[in-house]
Design a protein around this ligand. Structure first.
Ligand SMILES: [Zn+2]
Length: 425
């Protein structure tokens, strides 16, 4: 029977957030404050981006007109990121935003998270690669130091607050996405779009490795952005460079189309995790052909899909599941009852509940757990497995032995919190 658990009780359990974008998680109030400091006119920026209804630029207005509960399309969902990025192009704002998001996560019981961002969206001629990484690292460390000096962590054996950073490269790039992309276009006029995206992703892979070696909290590399028509395997070199130099890899895959996108990421990109993976079981949408160029039959497609899921289960590939975001960007998942997370769990896949975009999706990790409990039949053991799956799937800054030790503490801490807050013992 499904566990009867309240929101208050979920809040008190230790959780993780492995898939969370920095620019999708900045509170409206913070954006307004930063815009004021930097003299950015949010009304004019919103107008230029074609976002209707922003006339005063207040936090309340942004919450109502920009960060919606429902979006009509993926395109509409992506526009607010551009507005947020207008105020994230200096060291102070990046540090402050990273710190505030880390506080928001901690305050709802998250004990480990990974913040992902595309450095190329923040880069400018006055804001270099290391400035970006250093600022976000500083903000995250400030939050960790603050919370880890509290008595319940320091004196009573509580679970320390830890986090990492994931650098995102983009499958598709456009000059309007920021100064870096614009400059790249100008320097390589006439070059094929995909070649520019490949150059850009290789640069991020190098940045991820060098940042990790310098001791920043960088733990992973990710490929994000428009999936359909922009396969992950063309970015093979970037993934391989990370894989061979100790940076973990994940990839947004199976969000827009079928199992072959996921299999491509596993086979060619060495990913240990998959972002979303929502179309894993959609064999009908497969576009792949047989090696001899003939169309695949229905049975062949189903076999390919099963092989993909089986491989993920066997290799303990973690699926970063973001329910609310999926329901906002995929019209077929408006009704969350239809979300494949139930099948992921049935198949024995490791599922890590994540927010994707705390503010743009108007969601918290706790909300995601509440939704999950509503649509799936989860008992106490199942809930424990899911909460701990995030700690297991973490890329974790540190050695394998340190990750194992942290895992052990997370398990003990979960059991202790569950006993105290859910069973009342
Ligand atoms: Zn994402």
């Amino acid at each position: 029977m499904s566990l009867n658990i309240t929101r208050e009780q979920i809040l008190k359990l230790p959780k993780t957030d492995l898939h969370m974008h920095l620019d999708g998680s900045v509170r409206a109030k913070t954006i307004v404050e930063l815009a004021k400091e930097q003299k950015v006119n949010l009304v004019a920026e919103a107008k230029a981006l074609g976002i209707p209804g922003v006339v005063s630029g207040t936090a309340e207005e942004l919450e109502e007109k920009v960060f919606k509960h429902e979006y009509n399309s993926l395109m509409e969902y992506l526009v607010p990121f551009e507005l947020v990025n207008c105020v994230l192009r200096n060291t102070e704002s990046l540090e402050e935003v990273a710190y505030r998001i880390a506080c928001d996560e901690f305050n709802e019981g998250v004990r480990y998270f990974e913040m992902r961002f595309a450095p190329q969206k923040h880069w400018s001629k006055t804001l270099g690669w290391e400035d970006i990484i250093k600022s976000i690292d500083k903000g995250l460390r400030r939050a960790m130091d603050e919370f880890n000096s509290k008595d319940d962590v320091k004196l009573h054996g509580g679970l320390p607050y830890r986090c990492g950073m994931i650098l995102c490269a983009m499958r598709m790039i456009m000059p309007g996405m920021g100064d870096y992309y614009k400059t790249l276009y100008e320097l390589h006029t006439g070059d094929h779009l995909q070649n520019l995206a490949i150059m850009a992703s290789e640069e991020i892979a190098k940045l991820a490795v060098s940042s990790m070696k310098k001791g920043y909290l960088v733990v992973g590399f990710d490929l994000a952005g428009r999936e359909d028509g922009f396969p992950a395997n063309v970015h093979k070199e970037a993934f391989e460079y990370c894989y061979n130099n100790g940076v973990h890899t994940t990839c947004h895959a199976g969000e827009a189309y079928g199992p072959e996108s996921i299999m491509g990421a596993i086979k060619y990109c060495h990913v240990r995790r998959i972002g979303h993976g929502t179309q894993l079981f959609q064999w009908e949408k497969m576009q792949r052909k047989n090696p001899d160029g003939t169309e695949m039959t229905k049975d062949q497609k189903i076999e390919y899909m099963n092989q993909t899921a089986e491989r993920m289960a066997r290799e303990r590939t973690t699926v970063e599941v973001c329910l609310k975001s999926n329901s906002q960007t995929l019209p077929s998942l408006r009704n969350l009852e239809l979300h494949p997370v139930k099948d992921f769990l049935k198949y024995g896949l490791r599922v890590a509940i994540s927010t994707d975009n705390r503010v743009i999706s108007r969601v918290t990790v706790t909300d995601e757990y509440m939704s999950l409990m509503k649509i799936c039949d989860i008992d106490a053991k199942g809930l424990r497995n899911i909460c701990l799956a995030g700690f297991k799937g973490a890329f974790f800054p540190g050695t394998y032995a340190q990750h194992r030790e942290y895992m052990r503490r997370a398990i003990d801490f979960y059991d202790e919190c569950y006993k105290k807050n859910v069973l009342g013992q």
